[in-house]
Unconditional design. Structure first.
Length: 247
């Protein structure tokens, strides 16, 4: 979970997973609900061949690098089921997030070496010790000039053409039920805003109603006073003595 002392970073969420098992992750903003997007994307990733892909969702880009068993010796084949994923603000573009993914892959495999690690046998958060490394790199690559330059250097060295990486809208990936889940999540957030708006509207209507009541009361007093003056000029002020006496 992000601490209040951590500078905000456009790299919102990152994880390393073996198939659908999340081995390490970090969320820079708990309010962003980006981890739910990752849980929808991971089951759709296949490892028949190596992939580098970007999905778009509103103002966020979901970038991932997925390995394939064909990239590793037979004894290290479990590393071919690894996915390195980051969700970033779209304003960051794609070179920096993919440079970040190249870096976390390099550091992760240096710490958890494929020749001695069976990633398929690891439980959820089985590489949780790497969470702090994700946090550090998300801040460094998302907020510092040196980190962004390193990310771009990584991309140039490891990925030939970022513009050639496929980009799709996440809606094309999801089944109907999953799209409904995303819509419900969005509707819940909009519903909360609508509730706040209704509360403020009721308060404003109540305030305007009291203002109208006060204006109406003041108008009645003014009308009564004008009638008193009008009649008084004919009957004599202040006690209407001529009219009362003639009666």
């Amino acid at each position: 979970m992000a601490s209040s002392s951590t500078p905000p970073t456009p790299l919102l969420y990152s994880c390393i997973a073996h198939n659908t098992t999340i081995l390490a992750e970090h969320t820079s903003s708990a309010a962003s609900a980006t981890s739910s997007l990752a849980s929808l994307v991971l089951p759709k990733i296949t490892h028949a061949s190596a992939q580098k892909l970007t999905y778009t969702h509103n103002n966020n880009f979901i970038h991932y690098v997925a390995d394939s068993p064909s990239e590793y010796p037979y004894a290290q084949a479990s590393a071919g089921g690894l996915t390195y994923l980051v969700i970033a603000d779209s304003s960051l573009g794609r070179r920096i997030p993919f440079g970040f993914l190249v870096e976390i892959k390099k550091r992760f495999l240096a710490q958890f070496q494929p020749e001695s690690t069976d990633f398929a046998a690891l439980p959820n958060y089985g590489c949780g010790s790497f969470n702090s490394e994700l946090k550090t790199l998300m801040v460094e690559y998302g907020t510092t000039k040196a980190g962004k330059e390193d990310a771009i250097s990584n991309v140039q060295g490891e990925i030939d053409n970022v513009r050639g990486i496929m980009s799709q809208n996440i809606e094309t990936l999801l089944e109907r039920g999953e799209r409904i889940d995303l819509l419900v999540d969005k509707t819940d957030r909009l519903g909360g805003s609508a509730h706040d708006f209704r509360v403020r509207s009721r308060g404003l209507r109540r305030k305007m109603w009291w203002k109208n009541v006060k204006l109406m009361a003041l108008l009645i007093v003014v009308v009564i006073f004008l009638i008193y003056l009008f009649v008084g000029f004919g009957c004599g002020l202040p006690g209407w003595s001529r009219c009362v006496g003639s009666g």
